[in-house]
Design a protein around this ligand. Structure first.
Ligand code: UDP
Length: 404
């Protein structure tokens, strides 16, 4: 794994010196992250890199994961969809199941951190253990228009935290506690994002029987309805009437997402008669994801709802032309017609894909602009700085922080 010094050529010496200074200020404090899955999805993706780098900077950082059974994760998936505004039948029994598992975690998880950093709704009830330590609730979901029943239930916990963190102003809600706005990031030196030799890219394509004989469109995401894989196939089919191309839909499943296999089988069914659609159930393998993204001519992210959308940042970092929905954190990353193309529908996505396939120079320019935007705003070094400033601010009263 890359050491902090290795980021100097990318972001400059001053940025790294700054991080080291902040790390020194936090010596002696233990920061304990808690989420609901060690692999799969954006939160685990970030923590996998954030935790070792914070440690290297001298911040004593730990990462614990709550436990839950199938029923619990079915309920939290419902919560997730409902918070995104999707219609869900959330029953009293669902809330009871949530509380039963939460109670077991409250009994079994030691919340020893000076700062306990809770990610998303699944572990939110651990706040009941709050003692003199500081507690942060990090919401990765766009909760601008949530199902009020679920949001109301969560509010009883949220208000007990010291502070909440959201990815963007548009994601947040009015709260009686302090709020911080910190967008996520990608690690340019991780296996997911670092440069790869051409031979590695080709060997991954061979492994999955993908030829380079026609343009490759790719969406890499968990098989989740909100990522709209069926809509991606529809967009591809519309493009294919005019331009011969192939589609790769690749994704793994996350331990806290019980819906994945059902969505995957619907996708397989829809794609079964088209030899140019490749449905890949990826093992957790960052190099393969990296290679597939780099092999793509166009990267698609046709989500119906989205958190920040790390896959978009990963694609732009690789200077790829991206067609993505104008939802969640995607418009923070893509300025329409400057660093990618935003779309609102299957028709919009297919129109944008056709445009890019027919104008390679334009596509290249969008990709190059996208990479620059990610470099300036969404690399892990910026994220580390924001988090360390956040940790320090917890020990100062609000008015002082405002003055800083
Ligand atoms: N990802 C992966 N393998 C897969 C599917 C997704 O490694 O099969 C990664 C993807 O590269 C990204 C993260 O999981 O880093 C997904 O984060 P995002 O914010 O796009 O979506 P989420 O899954 O959190 O809704």
């Amino acid at each position: 794994m890359a050491k902090i010094e290795e980021y100097i050529p990318l972001v400059g010496q001053a940025v790294i010196d700054d991080l080291k200074l902040l790390g020194e200020r936090l010596k002696g404090r233990v920061v304990q992250h808690i989420n609901s899955t060690p692999v799969g999805g954006g939160v685990a993706e970030i923590l996998n890199r954030m935790v070792p780098l914070l440690k290297e900077l001298g911040v004593d950082t730990k990462w614990d994961v709550i436990k839950g059974g199938e029923q619990f994760f079915e309920v939290t998936k419902k919560f997730h969809n409902a918070l995104h505004g999707r219609t869900e039948e959330v029953t009293q029994r669902d809330f009871e199941i949530f509380m039963e598992t939460s109670q077991q975690n409250i009994e079994n998880i030691d919340t020893y951190g000076d700062i306990v950093f809770i990610h998303d709704p699944q572990p939110i009830a651990l706040i009941k253990k709050k003692a003199v330590n500081k507690w942060l609730w990090r919401c990765h979901v766009d909760v601008s228009e949530p199902n009020e029943k679920v949001w109301g239930f969560l509010m009883d916990f949220i208000t007990k935290y010291d502070s909440a963190v959201f990815s963007a102003p548009a994601f947040s809600r009015k709260l009686p506690i302090r709020q911080f706005l910190i967008p996520p990031s990608i690690d340019p030196l991780s296996d997911k994002n670092r440069e790869l030799p051409e031979e590695t890219i080709n060997s991954v394509l061979r492994k999955y029987d993908i030829e380079k004989d026609k343009p490759i469109l790719i969406q890499i995401s968990r098989f989740d309805r909100l990522k709209d894989p069926l809509g991606v196939i529809d967009a591809y089919l519309q493009v294919k009437k005019y331009i011969d191309c192939q589609l790769v839909l690749a994704g793994g499943t996350a331990e806290d997402d019980p819906e994945g296999f059902k969505v995957l089988s619907e996708v397989q069914e829809k794609a079964k008669n088209d030899r140019d659609i490749h449905i890949l159930l990826l093992p957790q393998n960052d190099i393969e994801v990296n290679a597939l993204q780099r092999a793509a001519d166009i990267i698609v992210q046709k989500s119906l709802k989205e958190g920040f959308g790390l896959t978009v940042a990963e694609a732009l970092w690789k200077a790829k032309p991206v067609v993505a929905s104008n939802v969640g954190g995607i418009p923070l990353q893509i300025k329409h017609k400057y660093s990618g193309l935003l779309c609102y529908s299957v028709e919009g996505a297919s129109f944008a894909i056709k445009q890019l396939l027919s104008s390679p120079e334009y596509a290249k320019k969008l990709g190059a602009n996208g990479r620059e935007h990610i470099k300036n705003n969404f690399l892990i070094t910026r994220h580390l700085r924001d988090y360390m400033l956040l940790f320090l601010s917890l020990y100062y009263p609000e008015d002082i922080v405002r003055l800083c």
